[in-house]
Ligand binder design. Structure first.
Ligand SMILES: NC(=O)c1ccc[n+]([C@@H]2O[C@H](COP(=O)([O-])OP(=O)(O)OC[C@H]3O[C@@H](n4cnc5c(N)ncnc54)[C@H](O)[C@@H]3O)[C@@H](O)[C@H]2O)c1
Length: 455
């Protein structure tokens, strides 16, 4: 066996992107995938998930014969020095992480591993899992090394993130094993943190939980801005200018969604509970996140005079964030359900996520064209901040709607342009009575220019 030969289990966002990047680096990669349709797609050089640049990169490495997909574990593991497990860890009914896929994947690779094959968990698993699952990493009663190497890629820039990771965290019990995993994934510039498996797992949850807290925190501040006056964008700029805090993840909006944050935050809360620790901060972050979606719907309802019955709402954006077709735990799904529950009829559009969202949305009018989506709408609700929506021609939109109300749940539109087109504009914590005039933006622009000039 050789570390040049790698088996990656799972052809999803993480597995496929990881496998492609490894093949680009000259490794001989086999993807083990249980879904025969996905196997066929990968063999044809087509990515079953949408990620910028992935289709082209995948087609190249498949064409060069450096990446193969199979449903057969023995073939996938033949000669592999390292097996990387990147299967899903969805939320189970009790809120914890469902490890069914991980256990199955581990069993199938272990059954065909050589004695010095490393098994690496890239899936996000609760702290302690690598140690708990160690007994599954064995063949013929010989234990195989099992390491944790959590993934931090962001959907939408997954390939870039994996080609050039901001950091690599490897959790294992043996220096040489950790070094082999680091050599597989790190570039010469990647900061590498080597630790025990439980700490490595905790890093992943700690990072996602802290980002979720930041999001809920700024949404609380935004609500206060709505109540007391104040402009959250400027507040976030001012707070985030402190290098100890940072501006990232301080954008008020609809809260966090997607395939990772909600389930990871819940899973950490669940694992904390299992050792009798109440992680109050996390509970608060989750609660605020749930509320935030309701607040936005309430705002829309108020703007429509307190009643959504029979009103037509155009929802712009279904993906949980721009740049992806992923709708897992997308705020849009929740929001649409709320709207329908209050008697509204809903039309929706998204540049990429219509195929994935369609089967999950009942009775929603789906459109590829945002202008068609807005036809006869009593109000427009912007849910995902796609560039396509930022650059809409609002004069044209004004000509097709029934009512000129826009609730911008991502604070991504220019209120001035909307008002000029005759719309009533509502953001999140934006545009309160005390909002400073355009002169402030001008002065802020000047100070930014001054700061950008070399001393
Ligand atoms: N998506 C992200 O942005 C992201 C980022 C960081 C970490 N993660 C974590 O990485 C893991 C994978 O996430 P994802 O979004 O790629 O999941 P995914 O659901 O998109 O992909 C998982 C793939 O694994 C396949 N699979 C499941 N069990 C299998 C088995 N036993 N044998 C072979 N194939 C199997 C599934 O068919 C699917 O194609 C999760 O733990 C997730 O939390 C995801």
């Amino acid at each position: 066996v050789s570390d040049n030969s790698v088996c990656v289990v799972g052809a999803g966002y993480v597995g496929l992107v990881t496998a492609t990047a490894l093949a680009e680096n000259g490794r001989d990669v086999r993807i083990l995938e249980r879904d025969p349709r996905r196997v066929e797609q990968v063999r044809a050089g087509r990515a079953p998930v949408r990620e910028e640049g992935l289709d082209a990169a995948l087609a190249r490495v498949v064409g060069d014969g450096r990446l193969h997909a199979t449903g057969d574990a023995a073939r996938a593991m033949h000669g592999a020095g390292i097996a990387v497990i990147a299967v899903g860890t969805p939320q189970s009914r009790n809120g914890g992480a469902d490890l069914t896929q991980v256990r199955a994947a581990l069993r199938s690779v272990a059954a065909h591993a050589q004695p010095d094959t490393l098994l690496v968990l890239k899936s996000t698993v609760p702290p302690g899992t690598t140690r708990t699952l160690a007994p599954l990493a064995s063949r013929d009663e010989r234990s195989l090394p099992l390491l944790a190497c959590p993934e931090f890629l962001r959907e939408g820039s997954a390939l870039r993130d994996v080609r050039n990771p901001a950091r690599l965290v490897v959790g294992g019990d043996d220096a040489e094993h950790c070094a082999r995993v680091a050599a597989l994934f790190a570039t010469p510039h990647t900061p590498v943190i080597v630790t025990d498996p439980t700490s490595a797992e905790m890093v992943k949850y700690g990072a996602n939980a802290l980002l979720a807290l930041k999001i809920s925190f700024v949404n609380e501040l935004a609500h206060l801005c709505d109540l007391l006056g104040g402009d959250i964008d400027t507040v976030a700029d001012g707070v985030g200018a402190d290098p100890r805090i940072g501006r990232a993840f301080l954008d008020a909006g609809l809260g966090f969604g997607g395939s990772c944050f909600p389930k990871d935050v819940r899973a950490l809360e669940d694992i904390a509970g299992s050792v009798d620790h109440s992680f109050w901060l996390l509970r608060a972050a989750i609660e605020v996140n749930v509320q935030q979606r309701r607040r936005v719907v309430a705002k829309l309802r108020r703007a429509l005079g307190g009643n959504l019955l029979g009103r037509r709402i155009a929802v712009l954006g279904l993906a949980f964030k721009p740049g992806t077709d992923d709708v897992r735990q997308a705020p849009a799904l929740d929001v649409v359900e709320h709207l329908q529950g209050l008697g509204a009829s809903v039309a929706a559009t998204d540049p990429q996520a219509l195929d994935n969202a369609g089967p999950l949305l009942d009775g929603v009018d789906l459109h590829t064209d945002p202008y068609r989506c807005c036809e006869n709408a009593d109000a427009i609700l912007l849910v995902t901040e796609w560039p396509q929506f930022r650059s809409l021609d609002w004069m044209r939109v004004a000509g097709v709607v029934a009512g000129r109300i826009v609730v911008d749940a991502r604070n991504c539109l220019d209120p001035g342009a909307l008002v000029a087109a005759g719309f009533r504009y509502e953001g999140v914590g934006r545009g309160a009575p005390s909002r400073a005039g355009p002169w402030a933006a001008e002065l802020n622009g000047q100070s930014v220019q001054r700061a950008a000039q070399p001393a």
